[in-house]
Design a protein around this ligand. Sequence first.
Ligand SMILES: Cc1ncc(C[n+]2csc(CCOP(=O)(O)OP(=O)(O)O)c2C)c(N)n1
Ligand code: SF4
Ligand SMILES: [Mg+2]
Length: 290
Amino acid sequence: MGGCQMSTNIVKISPGFEKIMPKDYQDLVNNGPYGRKLALSDLGSFKELIEEHPLCAGCGLALSQRLILASLPDPEDTVIVGTTGCSSLSFAQVAIHNIHSLFGNQNAVATGLKRALKIRFPDKTKDVVVMGGDGGIGDIGLGMVMHSWFRGEKFTTIMFDNEAYANTGGQESGMSQEGAVLYMAPTGKKFPKLSLPEIARASGCVYVAAVNPANSRRLGKMVKQAILIARELGPTYIQVYCPCPTNYKFKPAETLKRAKEKEKDGSCPVKEYFSPEAKEFVERLKEVTR
Ligand SMILES: Cc1ncc(C[n+]2csc(CCOP(=O)(O)OP(=O)(O)O)c2C)c(N)n1
Ligand code: SF4
Ligand SMILES: [Mg+2]
């Protein structure tokens, strides 16, 4: 990687090394999304930031992660802050700056990073995006998540909501549905799913969305606008329902069907909230309507 500055320089190959670098890397430099304004509708025409991952077949989280990465407005100026969970296994394969924070600390780390980037690059826009599981964001890190919202920190938080602690073998989380039976919650969950979109709204998020990956353009549009709004106005939150075939024991081929069913039956509804300022801002944005 050439230089420490974040721009398209981060992928440029140092002179003399062009032929030595692996084909995959050359492809990223020549056909990757850096420095280009791409949308989900361009998928298939560029080298993606993630193309392989170690997650289970049919994983709704892996699909969501791919779609979210392809929707970043300016990947060359973005740093992702992740945390422990299934997504942390695939972030090792992602061709973008990303930090693994200790489980639950992600919004505190993102706060410091966003502020430091502002000081280091006062004339540039640098996006910080948190991406973590429901355990990391909705349970163990919730205090730090909410305090970043109370403080009005200008970054986006994205939850991969698979309604379980998947990576550790299937414990229930606050985001599991009431009655959910999991490998390590055999008697069924005793209280309802947390209403985190409502909590986010009450805590100061200026844009909040709950969605799933079944309609990829809808997800992509929400991600793009959440990041653009956070740059200008304040914290934004997206909760992505990511069906987990391994812990919920359905066929990997049924992931999207399940996402659609749970949207329809109201157990994982799609929602969107804008503050009045965010609404006005989005109406001025032509880019997100591509
Ligand atoms: C401080 C700390 N506490 C607990 C753990 C154990 N741990 C690792 S992953 C995980 C659950 C992750 O659940 P979630 O955030 O929903 O992510 P998923 O694996 O479901 O994607 C837990 C409890 C840890 N690694 N660090
Ligand atoms: S356990 Fe579930 S969320 Fe984790 S990689 Fe497998 S399918 Fe995806
Ligand atoms: Mg989870």
